[in-house]
Design a protein around this ligand. Structure first.
Ligand code: ATR
Length: 295
């Protein structure tokens, strides 16, 4: 049972949370966190906050002045949030520091603590909900922004056979690949145009779309032969209905298609745990959202 999108009746003592992004109007996070709060008996309010593209830190300050306790951060502010938390007066979790991106902010008095729950959310969805295995598989990550950074360390830790990053701006993919390469797992970085060459070494078992292309209702170009038999195409940028990326993936033979709804719910549960000290059950909420999506 999914709680209504409108905030429940609250008094001024109810803790305030929000998600910051641009665009943000269609975010499902208020619905998810309101449902978590109802299921766990927590009194909180959760809103969307549209920040100007150059105005994230100011928007956060305003939120704090209003008593905001914590927030999620989405496109395009994850790296801004990281820089805010990297200031000496603030603090970062190890996984946020490793990824260079922050999707969860937690206020501790005057300080702000930054975490990144995207990687944990993605792995929970891939391994727990979709029963996908990463070890020994050929994995391609599309995109080189904050969303991609957030999931690289946990993906790398699962020991894929190969981890490749492709991006519209090739230099960003190469820089990210160099930054996250280890002697055991050297990462490859390239532009989309170079993907056919990379495919000479083999097709991919798992292709994750971490670009913001879906927000513009488009997809990175996917060359024929990209997907190995039984391959999974996963769009980290959830949108109602099938995204352009998933449509294109189906057309060139991806066996399993998954939108990012599971990741969205799982990363939200991790954030909720950080803020409230209690991990909400995700299955019923995920099923409720799926039913709405189908309706
Ligand atoms: P986030 O923090 O959510 O990753 P971001 O830092 O703005 O957001 O990064 C957006 C990513 O989506 C980048 O990889 C971007 O490619 P560029 O580095 O070339 O800008 C990618 N992206 C955005 N719009 C795209 C589009 N229409 N087609 C392909 N890639 C796109």
């Amino acid at each position: 049972m999914i709680a209504p999108t409108t905030a429940p009746k609250t008094d001024s003592k109810t803790d305030l949370y929000a998600v910051f992004g641009n665009p943000i109007a269609h975010s499902l996070s208020p619905r998810i966190h309101t449902a978590f709060a109802a299921a766990t008996g927590q009194a909180l309010r959760y809103e969307t906050r549209l920040a100007p593209r150059e105005g994230f830190v100011e928007a956060w300050r305003v939120f704090v002045a209003q008593g905001g306790r914590g927030a999620n951060v989405t496109v395009p502010f994850k790296e801004d949030a990281f820089r805010l938390c990297a200031r000496p007066e603030n603090a970062l979790s190890e996984r946020a520091r490793l990824s260079g991106a922050v999707n969860t902010l937690c206020r501790e008095g005057e300080r702000v603590f930054g975490d990144n729950t995207d990687g944990a959310g993605l792995l929970r969805d891939l391994e727990g909900n979709l029963a996908a295995r990463l070890a020994g598989r050929r994995v391609l990550l599309l995109g080189a922004g904050g969303a991609a950074r957030g999931v690289l360390p946990p993906l790398r830790a699962r020991h894929p056979a190969c981890l490749c990053i492709a991006n519209r701006t090739a230099e960003k993919a190469r820089a990210l690949a160099a930054e996250f390469s280890t002697p055991e797992l050297p990462l490859a970085g390239c532009g989309f145009a170079e993907l056919p060459t990379i495919l000479n070494e083999g097709a991919f078992d798992i292709v994750l779309n971490a670009t913001a292309a879906s927000l513009a209702n488009t997809t990175p170009p996917l060359p024929p032969g990209l997907f190995a038999p039984e391959a999974l195409a996963y769009d980290m940028m959830y949108g109602k209905g099938q995204t352009p990326f998933l449509k294109a993936a189906a057309e060139i033979g991806a066996k399993t298609l998954s939108d990012g709804l599971g990741m969205l719910v799982e990363q939200a549960a991790e954030s909720f745990l950080l803020w409230r000290g209690i991990r909400p059950e995700t299955r019923a909420i995920l099923e409720g959202l799926r039913a709405l999506d189908a309706g």
